[in-house]
Design a protein around this ligand. Sequence first.
Ligand code: DNO
Ligand code: MN
Length: 400
Amino acid sequence: MEQTWRWYGPNDPVSLQDIKQAGATGIVTALHHIANGEIWSVDDIQERKNLIEENGLVWSVVESLPIHESIKTQQDGFEQLIENYKQSLKNLAQCNIKVVCYNFMPVLDWTRTSLDYEVEDGSKALLFDATALAAFDLFILKRPGAENNFSETQIEAAKAYYNAMSEDDIYKLVKTIIAGLPGSSENYHIPKTGFDLSPFQATLDTYKGMGEDDMRDNLVYFLNAIMSTAEENGILMCIHPDDPPFSILGLPRIMRTKEDYAYIFDKVDSINNGITFCTGSLGARADNNLPQMFKRFADRVHFLHLRSTQRDGKGNFYEANHLEGNVPMYDLVKLILSEEKRRKEAGREDFLIPVRPDHGHQMLDDLHKKTNPGYSAIGRLRGLAELRGLEFGIRKAFFE
Ligand code: DNO
Ligand code: MN
């Protein structure tokens, strides 16, 4: 496992030197200042790369080269946007950066309903509460047709939840859901008073009439359009699962299960069409058997996000410590090491898969600091250290 760390660039409160001390060798980053849809120039890429290398690290993975909404919906200008995307891929390859993570989630990137859920040790975790999301959808956003997406019981629960909310609770929830979590390319500004959700609803409306099949077709169209560029330039594309891996706000979400991955791998059968295996996202569904999924798609796994989720059986989950919760991390690390062994034996030089601790709790000193939700230093340091220890033990026991 190549130990990597997500860095949000020069404004990240966690510095490259901090990352070095955490023991990571690879950096996962993106040019967040370039608007979604614009070309990443060689100069811009090289400048960021130099900064990373001056600090004794390497830029291992791009996360994310974002997909413009118009590509997902195939609206105005999408062909040009795909051309721009291809040019960015070529420019990255020219700078020798060859692993590219992206996602195909409509409107919102990853979504939570609380950023400060206190777990028993006093640290804070990210939480997804289905009732809170329903309360937002039905009673705050008042999305037309929302009631069709919920059962009577869910609507009743959401109503009770909403009725118990203060103005502050409402503001906080709205902000958490739509202001954009770190790494999201679409952000909606939410003023403290008198916020207006109509621009957000207008974006949701651009998906009107689009079902899962349409969304899948548009993803396959995009992949077919870019795959020869990826192949010719040795770029490994890796799609991050939808997080959470089920439909929200009536939107079509299509990267949730093994069937979803099998479908796109079948339609676009290139090894460059790969997966960001995010155990926390996929693990939010009880019907995702992670070891089984990893085994099935092992050769397509070009990047890994390791973290755990604790489900409650009612559609809610929080982000558990890396070796706790529902994700069988021991089994997965063993499988990852087997896959690396296979690659090595097949003569591949780049047999190590980049892995990053995907999120961590806000804990210790970080509780008193301004941090990027999920991306504070100490929680991820703990996650990385635990994963490194697990790898060390498994390696000693089975691979030496
Ligand atoms: C969720 C996280 C997210 C993800 C973004 C970008 O599992 O890994 O931060 O990286 O959606 O793809
Ligand atoms: Mn992830």
